[in-house]
Write a protein that binds this ligand. Structure first.
Ligand code: PLP
Length: 508
């Protein structure tokens, strides 16, 4: 049985061993409530403060606030609520305020859904407007220049979760500085942590949410950066934790684990360098090209995170590629994990204007910063195997459909009277009935051979070939009614180099 090769790190990552150890240590020995004043509480408070300080360094947060959240969805809610409450205040004071809630057309659904939700709850009646992206997946800066003067809040992501396209944040910032200094700016940085340099305090970004489980911390812990002076309204009120910015007793286990990941980022060593990641991507690209020569990559490599590949194979829907890779133990996803249950083509690729078939065939392969050369080599080997199996099946399907005219070959024939001897000599042989299921059901022992056959209709034969061709050879005796379909099956297998295939004929 193949071990699993997990290539879906943009959906979530495994937990870093050091993070697991830190979480266990927090549960076992640092169980205090950071709000308590006794020594056990103080010990917990020190852990929280140390991780916050580390997070501030990693994010380049400067004097900005860094608060712990349950994940990016909560960070996004908090940011949207904060900005919209400030907009409501401006409206109440009669200040000029934009009427648009502008968000990138390829944002994670958490962004437009939160905008719609809080716009409704607060009764603001602002207009949600999707900012178009170019064919590259990057925001259309000319459209931003035209729309931003009317914007109350602008939401753009640092890197896209489906395509890995890295936004031109400097370009967006320059546009906002000239035409929309009044608009608040939220940047979803979930896919950037550990993959792109972050110097948040050097930007005019007001809010930046992060999620621990996208970078080897457990689920249920995240961060929100808030620029000094940016308006803030707590999402949760209560005991006044996090300086009143987010009430509720701290998730000590998550904070400890996240601290270990941030330490690994600061120390280096646990994660591959950007140069290594580019080399790893190149290996993947070569393997994928070899497996599917007609493959199309849906975003330019120069524009994307090295850890994310999004591709389509002409003629194969996403599910066919996902299943084929799954069969060799490689886990990838069709589009994003959140939308994987829906059959609709990726809205991200549609927004980029890729052809409809390409969006419906899109597959995302994403590896994590912990991947090393051994892991990448093993993954590429599996991709090669998957490609070889699919090509064999395609060739067989073609041969079945329109193979050359068939020549009778006595060496491939058996008659029912020979069958008992044959099965004695080949105890592992399988009798395969290539008729349709209803024909088989009416007569499960074809040609009166006295043996019940396995039913694999000729039209489904190519789906079984990978099993036969991939395993130890098993003698196969094909049978049908007239001999035509069984002859086609035997020829197909022999053409593919599988010599242990015979045809059962009704007469000598
Ligand atoms: C870009 C982006 N934003 C937001 C989220 C939501 O993050 P979380 O699962 O921490 O709520 C995700 C998760 O898929 C994401 O990829």
């Amino acid at each position: 049985m193949n071990s699993t090769i997990y290539l879906d790190c943009n959906a979530t990552t495994p937990v870093l061993p050091a993070a697991l150890a830190a979480a266990q240590q927090a549960m076992a020995a640092v169980f205090g409530n950071p709000s308590s004043t006794h020594a056990t509480g103080v010990q917990a408070r020190q852990l929280v403060d140390a991780v916050r300080a580390r997070a501030a360094r990693v994010l380049g947060a400067g004097e900005g606030d860094v608060l712990f959240t349950s994940g990016a969805t909560e960070g996004i809610q908090t940011a949207v609520l904060s900005a919209l409450c400030a907009v409501r205040g401006r409206q109440a004071r009669g200040d000029a305020v934009g009427r648009l809630l502008l968000y990138g057309a390829t944002e994670h659904k958490a962004v437009p859904e939160s905008l719609a939700h809080w716009n409704r709850v607060l009764g603001l009646q602002l207009e949600l407007h999707a900012l178009p992206v170019e064919r590259s997946g990057r925001h259309d800066l000319a459209a931003l220049r035209a729309l931003a003067p009317q914007a109350a809040l602008v939401c753009t992501m640092a890197a896209n979760n489906e395509t890995g396209v890295v936004s031109d944040l400097a370009g967006i910032e320059a546009v906002l500085a000239t035409v929309a200094p009044q608009a608040y700016w939220l940047v979803d940085c979930v896919q950037a942590l550990g993959k792109l340099p972050l110097h948040l305090a050097q930007t005019r970004i007001d809010y930046a949410p992060f999620s621990g489980h996208k970078l080897y911390a457990p689920k249920g812990i995240g961060l929100l950066y808030v620029r000094p002076g940016a308006p803030f309204t707590p999402l949760m009120a209560g005991g006044g934790q996090e300086d009143g910015l987010r009430s509720g007793t701290e998730n000590m286990v998550g904070i400890a684990a996240l601290g270990a990941v941030l330490q690994a980022l600061e120390d280096g060593g646990s994660f591959s360098s950007p140069t290594k990641m580019l080399q790893f991507r190149e290996h993947f690209v070569q393997s994928l090209h070899a497996a599917w020569p007609e493959i199309i990559f849906n975003a330019k490599f120069d524009d994307t995170l090295p850890t994310t590949l999004n591709f389509s194979v002409p003629g194969l829907p996403s599910s066919a590629v996902v299943d084929a890779l799954g069969a060799v133990g490689v886990q990838v996803s069709a589009g994003s994990a959140c939308s994987a249950k829906k059959v609709a083509p990726s809205y991200v690729l549609r927004a980029m204007g890729v052809p409809e078939w390409q969006a419906a065939s899109a597959v995302r392969m994403s590896f994590g910063a912990m991947a090393d050369a051994t892991f990448i080599a093993a993954a590429c080997k599996r991709i090669a195997r998957c490609g070889a199996e699919l090509q064999t099946r395609a060739a067989a399907a073609e041969a079945l459909r329109c193979g050359p005219p068939l020549q009778a070959d006595p060496a491939m024939h058996l008659v029912p009277a020979e069958l008992t001897d044959f099965f004695q000599q080949h105890p592992n042989a399988v009798l395969v009935d290539v008729r349709e299921p209803q024909e088989h059901a009416a007569d499960p022992q074809p040609l009166g051979c006295g043996r019940t056959a396995l039913n694999v209709p000729l039209g489904s034969l190519d789906a079984r070939l990978a099993d036969w061709l991939g395993g130890a050879p098993v003698p196969l005796v094909f049978v049908c009614r007239s001999g035509q379909r069984s002859q086609r099956a035997v020829h197909t297998l022999r053409q593919l180099g599988y010599v242990q295939a015979w045809q059962l004929l009704s007469k000598e």
